[in-house]
Design a protein around this ligand. Structure first.
Ligand code: URA
Length: 290
C-alpha cells in the first residue's frame, strides 16, 4: 500500500468514527506533496498523543523505504489564561456629602480588596479637625473593628497625637484630628496596596480631604507619600513640606516602621525623634508648639 493510500485509509477510518476534521502534520502534508519535499525528510517529532496508531515501516539500509507516516493530530491548545477580573469604575464622589460618600465606600466593589474585607475602614476622629493623618490601609485589627489605626501601629500613633497636645477622641477642633487611609479595605497579608487598588480608592479620600479641609496633613509612610504626591522614598522626603490638594502636607515615617525598632532602644529612640521633629513642624504650621 502506498503512503498516500495508507493515509487515505486512516483518514476514512477516523471519519467513520465520527471525526469531522483531520489535522495533518507538516510531515504528512509533505508526504501528500502539499509541501516542499525537504520537510518530509525531517519527520515531525512524535507528539505525546497518538489517537490512531499505525505501524511505521522499518527502515532497511539500502532499501527504498516509503516515508514514515506520522498521523499525529496537533496537541490541544493550552487553555487561555484566566481573564483579569473587571471591576466597575469608582463612582464620582467629587460633590458627595458625608452620608453619600460613606454609602459609596460601604458598597464599593471597585477593586479586588472587596472580596476579602470584613469592614470598609473609612475614618476616625473629627470631621472638622484642622489636622489630618493619612496612612496606607487597614491591617487585621482595623479590618476587624472597622476603625483606622487601632492595632499596635495605631497605639503608637495615638501616643504621638497625644504628644502633640491633641486627642483622637476629641470633637473639639482645637484638639481634634481626622484619620484616614489610602485604601479603605485591608490588603491581604498586610501587603502594600497595588496601584489599581489605590487608584480605585483615592477618589473617596480626596473627597474626605475636601470635606474636612484640614490646615495640614501628615502623610504616614511611603504608600501615602507615593499615591498622594507621586514621589517615592520616605527617607529622603520626610521632614520636608509637600502639598496635597493645595494643603501643606508633611511626610514622616509610618508608625509600623517605627515600632520595628522597639527591640533596639537606641534606634527606636532615634527614629521616634525624627518623627517628633516632623510633627513639631506640623504643630508650628497650625500655630501651636514652639
Ligand atoms: N496602618 C495603616 O496604614 N493604617 C491603618 O489603619 C492601620 C495600620
Amino acid at each position: 500500500m502506498t503512503v498516500i493510500e495508507q493515509l487515505i485509509r486512516i483518514v476514512r477510518e477516523r471519519q467513520r468514527r465520527g471525526a469531522k476534521f483531520a489535522e495533518l502534520s507538516p510531515h504528512n502534508l509533505a508526504v501528500l506533496g502539499m509541501r516542499h519535499a525537504s520537510a518530509a525528510a525531517k519527520p515531525t517529532p512524535a507528539p505525546a498523543q497518538r489517537p490512531v496508531s499505525q505501524p511505521r515501516p522499518s527502515p532497511v539500509r539500502g532499501a527504498s523505504v516509503a516515508p514514515a507516516l506520522d498521523i499525529s493530530v496537533a496537541p490541544p491548545a493550552p487553555p487561555p489564561p484566566p481573564a483579569p477580573a473587571v471591576y466597575p469604575p469608582p463612582p464620582d464622589v467629587r460633590t458627595a456629602d458625608w452620608e453619600t460618600l460613606r454609602q459609596a465606600c460601604l458598597s464599593c466593589q471597585c477593586c479586588g480588596l472587596c472580596a476579602t474585607r470584613h469592614s470598609v475602614v473609612i475614618e476616625d476622629g473629627c470631621r472638622n479637625a484642622p489636622l489630618m493623618f493619612i496612612g496606607e490601609g487597614p491591617g487585621a485589627d482595623e479590618d476587624a473593628q472597622g476603625v483606622p489605626f487601632v492595632g499596635r501601629a495605631g497605639q503608637l500613633l495615638t501616643r504621638m497625637i497625644g504628644a502633640m497636645g491633641r486627642d483622637r477622641a476629641s470633637d473639639d477642633p482645637a484638639k481634634a484630628v481626622y484619620i484616614a487611609n489610602i485604601v479603605k479595605c485591608r490588603p491581604p497579608g498586610n501587603r502594600n496596596p497595588l496601584p489599581d487598588e489605590a487608584k480605585a480608592c483615592t477618589g473617596y479620600l480626596y473627597r474626605q480631604i475636601s470635606l474636612v479641609k484640614p490646615k495640614a496633613i501628615v502623610l504616614l509612610g511611603n504608600v501615602a507619600l507615593k499615591f498622594l504626591t507621586g514621589r517615592s522614598g520616605i527617607m529622603g522626603a520626610r521632614g520636608k513640606w509637600v502639598e496635597v490638594c493645595g494643603i501643606p502636607a508633611m511626610p514622616t515615617f509610618h508608625p509600623s516602621y517605627v515600632i520595628r525598632f522597639e527591640q533596639y532602644p537606641r534606634q527606636f529612640h532615634d527614629t521616634k525623634l525624627l518623627v517628633w521633629q516632623d510633627l513639631q513642624q506640623v504643630m508650628k504650621k497650625l500655630g501651636e508648639g514652639k
